[in-house]
Design a protein around this ligand. Sequence first.
Ligand code: G4P
Length: 289
Amino acid sequence: MNDNVNNKNINWYPGHMEKAKKEVINSLKLVDLVIELLDARIPYASANPLVDDIVKNKPRIKLLNKADMADKEITKLWIEEYKKKGIYALDIDSISKYNLKKIDEVSKLVLAELIKKKEAKGIKAQSIRALIIGIPNVGKSTLINSLSSKKKAKVGNKPGVTKVLSWLNITDFLQILDTPGILWPKFEDQTVAYKLALTGAIKDDILDIEDLAYKGISFMKELYPNRICEKYKLEDLEKEDYIILEDIAKNMNLLLKGGKPDTLRAAKLFLNDLRNQKLGAISYERPGN
Ligand code: G4P
């Protein structure tokens, strides 16, 4: 894999994007199915802006990864919403392997027509090949490792492709390319960038920590007010976000010399709590928003 595009701290320049896109387009030629990996907490923000253009009409399934960290009720809504739109989707946890066995089943559903056509022509439905795509840090490598813990598959050269590709046998039906396609997120949108930072998909050293904490506070105020009140002993959320951060610092006894609230330490504490599930499973996006 290319170091330039395989690092979650990458600065995506137009050249990198073009290269990543080309690599995905080349890999797409080799597969019957695309597995688009998304973060269940931010299914919209964790999608590549051009994914429809890139994947075109190739059969696709969406996997909402890190479902263990998302609000289960909201994830259900997302799956229902996709179903309504005729999109095959599944919530998974690549670490505990929750629902990974169902990937084969969902792949068969989405490819049913192709399989039927092949069978009508007398071609026995053989195994199909899939490519996993997603933005950095969404869990592609973890998923591939979890899926391939059983058996490593054949390695073979394909005409027109310079590097050696290896395919992993997931089931008798499904093989996946062990090199995922890496695409860039929608970072031109400020709100998306904040959601990516709040979930840890992009490093927060490129953002102002306190500013990011205000965004997190604002999300929590709107979506899970009780949790933030309980955790930091807050009584009143009808205040500006920066005042709430000061309240968190005071209530958690994070004070500077002289007794002023240490808002930088409070911001770091809050962001760590948010990312480490100390404030519970959180979904930052709801369908239709
Ligand atoms: P990538 O190949 O798409 O870039 O992502 P990768 O597999 O490296 O996963 C990124 C981080 O997400 C890893 O954490 C990994 O353990 C975690 N992760 C992947 N899938 C899941 C999941 O289903 N649930 C949970 N809770 N975590 C998941 P890491 O190595 O600790 O990296 P970081 O958190 O320090 O960035």
